[in-house]
Design a protein around this ligand. Structure first.
Ligand code: ADP
Ligand code: MG
Length: 615
């Protein structure tokens, strides 16, 4: 039989390698920025168009390349950064595989202009699909400019697989943040579609963070510093009260390289334990310096996973350094009744029954009356968990409105007649409810009992309500007495502008949108004023990755996010009225069986099921 194994032609091999290295425009941005850094640049410009699909350009003032190197740089496994295998264990550069330029040139139109200090003139090379189409002498300044056009022009399947321009742009921004944060001393300029996004002068770490995330970032930061034999830890954590519902600003850098490490992340979480509410995430910018020989970054081509020799020790150091900083800067909150209890009560004390103080109050006077009433089918249920000072007065019967069955009516007759016991008195189908482990609401029905997951059920109710509001554009909004001025970073405000119309449709009312702030004048009725910032942040972070051009999926996503954020959670106590209202609202929904995220909202346990247990 004839031999059948053949070596792949170079351009095919390159295309295959490109699949590993270049997943999306952001991967190109990362590789080019890293090359510019490895070249010793002090100033780097990034220019992108259409989410990087049509153009990505990186211009640096680094050491440049000679004519021969310029040409060689596009060969696979061509690198100036390592010579022998041992070098891999002592890396001081970002790159080392010599694959990036070869991969990029295999799947895009690439133009490079480069010149070294020593050379009189530079080189201009054009290369498309791994083939050099022109090479000329060029008069250019010292440094390198890489222009990457029409990514995946020769692999339509990959090109079609790319997300919308906005989503790809967000990935690029993320990548840019990581690189710019890892190298505060290098100046960066970033332009998108002709507009300036960031001008970051050479700075220290703190100022770089503030330049990227906006002025409001500064007050949140607590410095962390610890020098040990194994590792030098430096950087910042965000004060616990700024912990967000979404995982936002969490950055680890190891030897000036952005890394992901669930294990070390856990160490930081450990240090914050007891200081932040469950379900919220602390922000951090932590830089680790270790001996390059004790770290292996060779695990994955995209190189964000790394392996440390002594992870356990690192874990312990990080945890104690962060803990120490949080303590030292006195951010462990003290009880202060002037302020919002939500922020100030150490987590361990939240939700605990506070002994009723003997205070005499005018029971008729309650400025917050409107905030705690139960809305049928509107979706706000009285939560007892840490809503504010009212908790302290539990037992005094302040604002205990009587539950009036007549206000709760079923809208869906079918469900009434099929599920609920119709022999019971009219208009008030649900007679008794019981909350189990602050998680389930149990009530009886004709055939037995129904167990409702309170959080999912409430998500369903809110979701349908929001979708309806968006569709008919008749949301009820509550005007704020004093408009709120909320601070956001540039990126966040961009997203806000994109989803603004839909936000207005659900009841948000905006005033002026400035460079770093937005004025909120009204909010949907179900949103409590103290939660506005948190809700907006959650919305923005959800949309950050998934902006969709079509307005249906935008509305759907908005309704989903709002319902997820605002719903009653597991662990929240619901009083009888709220339990009943929730049950009634759920079964008035079009799609009562499933949450907006396709999870079961309730299960029915029939009398038969129970009987069988007794056999
Ligand atoms: P790697 O970075 O892994 O070495 P690349 O394919 O990214 O591989 O780059 C190949 C080589 O091209 C590098 O080793 C470097 O010598 C040269 N090079 C790439 N970009 C630049 C740049 N911006 N300035 C100077 N030299 C560069
Ligand atoms: Mg490289």
């Amino acid at each position: 039989m004839a031999d059948i194994i053949r070596l792949l032609p170079d351009h095919v091999a390159n295309q295959i390698a490109a699949g590993e290295v270049v997943q999306r425009p952001a991967s190109v941005v990362k590789e080019l920025l890293e090359n510019a850094i490895d070249a010793g640049s002090t100033e780097i410009k990034l220019i992108v168009k259409d989410g990087g699909k049509t153009l990505i350009q990186v211009v640096d003032n680094g050491k440049g390349m000679s004519v021969t190197d310029a040409r060689l740089s596009f060969e696979r496994h061509a690198t100036s950064k390592i010579e022998k295998a041992e070098d891999l264990f002592n890396l001081n550069t970002k790159g080392f595989r010599g694959e990036a330029l070869a991969s990029i040139a295999a799947i895009a139109h690439v133009e490079m202009m480069t010149k070294t200090e020593a050379d009189e003139v530079g080189t201009h090379i054009k290369i498309e699909g791994s083939k050099i189409s022109s090479q000329e002498v060029a008069v250019v300044p010292k440094g390198t400019s890489m222009l990457v056009k029409n990514l995946f022009f020769n692999i339509p399947a990959r090109r079609n697989f790319l997300k919308s321009d906005q989503v790809e742009y967000r990935h690029i921004t993320d990548e840019f943040h990581r690189v710019a944060l890892a190298h505060p001393q290098i100046a960066f300029h970033f332009y998108n579609n002709g507009g300036e996004v960031f001008i970051l002068p050479s700075n220290d770490f703190r100022k770089r963070i503030v330049n990227i995330f906006g002025r409001k970032a500064n007050e949140k930061l607590v410095p962390v510093r610890e020098d040990t034999q194994v590792v030098r830890i430096s950087g910042f954590v965000q004060k616990p009260e700024f912990a967000k519902k979404s995982r936002g600003e969490q950055f680890f850098f190891a030897n000036n390289r952005f890394i992901k490490s669930p294990y070390l992340h856990h160490a930081v979480l450990g240090a914050f334990e007891g200081l932040i509410r469950p379900g919220t995430h602390p922000g951090y910018f932590l830089s680790l310096e270790v001996d390059p020989s004790t770290i292996d970054i060779n695990i994955h081509p995209t190189k964000t996973e790394v392996k440390f020799d002594d992870e356990h020790t690192l874990y312990a150091y990080i945890k104690s350094a962060v803990k120490h900083s949080l303590g030292q800067f006195n951010v462990v909150p003290a009880l202060d009744f002037e302020q919002d209890q939500n922020l100030d009560t150490p987590y361990a004390h939240q939700n605990k029954q506070v002994p009723t103080p003997k205070v005499s109050v005018n029971a008729g006077f309650n400025p917050f009356k409107d905030e705690t009433h139960t809305v049928s089918n509107g979706g706000s249920y009285t939560k007892t968990s840490a809503k504010g000072w009212e908790n302290l007065y539990e037992g005094l019967n302040v604002n205990k409105q009587e539950f009036r069955p007549s206000t709760i009516a079923f809208e869906s007759e079918e469900i009434n007649s099929t599920i609920f016991d119709s022999e019971k008195d009219q208009g008030n189908r649900v007679t008794t409810t019981f909350q189990l482990r602050k998680k389930y609401i149990i009530t009886t029905i004709k055939s037995g009992m129904v167990v409702i997951n309170q959080s999912r059920a409430h998500q369903r109710v809110l979701y349908e309500n929001f979708l309806k509001n968006i569709t008919i554009k008749e949301a009820v909004s509550q005007q704020l007495l004093f408009p709120l001025s909320l601070s956001f970073s540039k990126i966040e405000l961009d997203i806000l502008k994109e989803i603004k119309d839909n936000l207005c449709a659900v009841g948000f009312v905006f005033g002026e949108i400035g460079a770093e702030t937005v004025e909120v004048r009204g909010v949907p009725v179900v949103v409590v004023e103290s939660e506005v910032q948190m809700v907006m942040e959650q919305l923005i972070s959800d949309f950050q990755m998934e902006i969709s051009a079509d307005s249906f999926s935008q509305s759907d996503m908005l309704a989903k996010t709002l319902s997820k954020t605002l719903s009653v959670k597991t662990g929240e106590f619901l009083d009888d009225r709220s339990q009943m209202a929730l049950v009634n609202d759920l079964f008035a929904c079009k799609e009562a069986t499933l949450s907006p995220f396709n999870k079961r909202t309730y299960v029915i346990i029939t009398e038969n099921d129970i009987d069988r247990k007794f056999i």
